[in-house]
Structure formats: structure tokens, C-alpha cells
Design a binder for this molecule. Structure first.
Ligand SMILES: O=C(O)CCC(=O)C(=O)O
Length: 205
């Protein structure tokens, strides 16, 4: 599939609440127009990825993340590491404005992940660190580029549920869902394109 095909899908703006079990759910806005990046805008955002891979500490060893990652606005601290934030810039305002108006007014920081499918990039099973977050606030992930699978598993439980995330999708993980379910973006060999995710969180002052 060419990179162009990856941007071809264009349907609705519909909102869905998707239950993971009887008590926990995620929410999804499908293909929000302003987040369906065209190729030039995608390429411009792709060029912003850092040169180096961020490193986390696992069992005392420094391990590079299998994707590029950069925090903006507030440092993101997780897995023995801190992703030092760069300042939020004008290109980020559309994410903050839309998410504050439509999802939660306190969303104030971004973490961007760049996945190159041809390099087998992924993010492994985890729950988001809540250090410094305003209690009760949601985590929001916006997808650009190649469609990938977003997988949820019950924390310390069995089984999984998969949700495709396509160019322009906005996925909302409520606070309580992040407590009880892990999430991940696995790599499968069919993924050879590029995906960028923009995650918004609400940090207290
Ligand atoms: O790429 C995504 O959509 C998810 C990113 C994520 O889970 C994270 O950065 O913690």
C-alpha cells in the first residue's frame, strides 16, 4: 500500500463509547477532519521527530524505545526515565484547543510518538504513568498516518481487545480505564508505513 492510500479513507466524524468490560470503556471520535493530516502536513510533522531514540531503564539497563518520542509542555516521567519536554509551539495549538473544548479543559501537554512500520516500531503493553496528572482526567491519543491496532488488556488479567486507529481518530482513555487496563500498539509485519500519535494529558501546576 502506498503512503497515499493510507490517507485515502474519509468517512464520518462519529463518536462511540466502546466497553472493555462491564465497568470500563474507551471513547472514540472517528476521523476528525482537522486531524486527518494530508501528506505535506504529515511529512512536516514527521520531520519533527528527534534524531535519537529516548531511553528507558528496564531491570537496571538503559534500553532505547522502539519508536521516536518527544514530550512538549510537561516532562513525561515513566519506566525509570524522564522525557524532557520542549516548549509547545504554534503547530500544537489545534490539538490543545480541540481537546480542551471537546474532551477536558485541563488537557495541557503533548507527547508525540513516531512509528516507522518498516523499522518494526511499536509501543509495548503498559499503563500510562499518572505522576503529576490531575486526578480523574482522561488520556487522549490522536492518530495520524498508517492505520495500526490499539490493543487493551485487563491489568494482570487474560485476553485482549483490539481497536484499529486510523488517520484522524481520537481515542480517549478515561482515568479509571487506564488504572484497570494496559494498552499497546503492537507491530505486525503488514505494517510498513508511518504513524504519528499525539497524546494529550492534564498535568497539575
Ligand atoms: O501511539 C499511541 O497511540 C499510544 C502512545 C502511548 O501509549 C504512550 O505514549 O504512552
Amino acid at each position: 500500500m502506498s503512503q497515499l492510500d493510507l490517507f485515502a479513507a474519509d468517512q464520518s466524524n462519529e463518536f462511540e463509547k466502546l466497553f472493555l468490560d462491564s465497568d470500563h470503556f474507551i471513547e472514540k471520535y472517528h476521523q476528525v477532519d482537522r486531524f486527518k493530516l494530508d501528506q505535506p502536513d504529515f511529512a512536516a510533522l514527521w520531520r519533527e521527530h528527534p534524531d535519537d531514540f529516548h531511553e528507558v531503564v528496564i531491570h537496571g539497563k538503559r534500553v532505547p524505545t522502539p519508536r521516536w518520542q518527544q514530550a512538549y509542555g510537561k516532562n513525561y516521567e515513566y519506566t525509570g526515565s524522564r522525557n524532557n519536554a520542549l516548549p509547545i509551539h504554534a503547530g500544537h495549538q489545534k490539538y490543545l484547543q480541540w481537546c480542551q473544548e471537546n474532551i477536558h479543559p485541563e488537557l495541557n501537554s503533548l507527547l508525540i510518538n513516531w512509528y516507522d512500520g518498516s523499522s518494526k516500531h511499536y509501543i509495548g503493553r503498559h499503563r500510562d504513568s499518572t505522576k503529576g496528572l490531575v486526578p480523574g482526567t482522561p488520556i487522549v491519543t490522536i492518530s495520524h498516518g498508517e492505520t495500526r491496532i490499539f490493543r487493551f488488556r485487563p491489568f494482570r488479567g487474560e485476553g485482549f481487545l483490539d481497536f484499529p486507529v486510523v488517520n484522524g481518530d481520537v481515542l480517549i482513555i478515561p482515568w479509571d480505564t487506564n488504572k484497570h487496563f494496559t494498552h499497546e500498539v503492537p507491530h505486525f509485519t503488514k505494517y510498513t508505513g508511518r504513524r504519528i500519535s499525539v497524546t494529550l494529558r492534564a498535568y497539575g501546576s
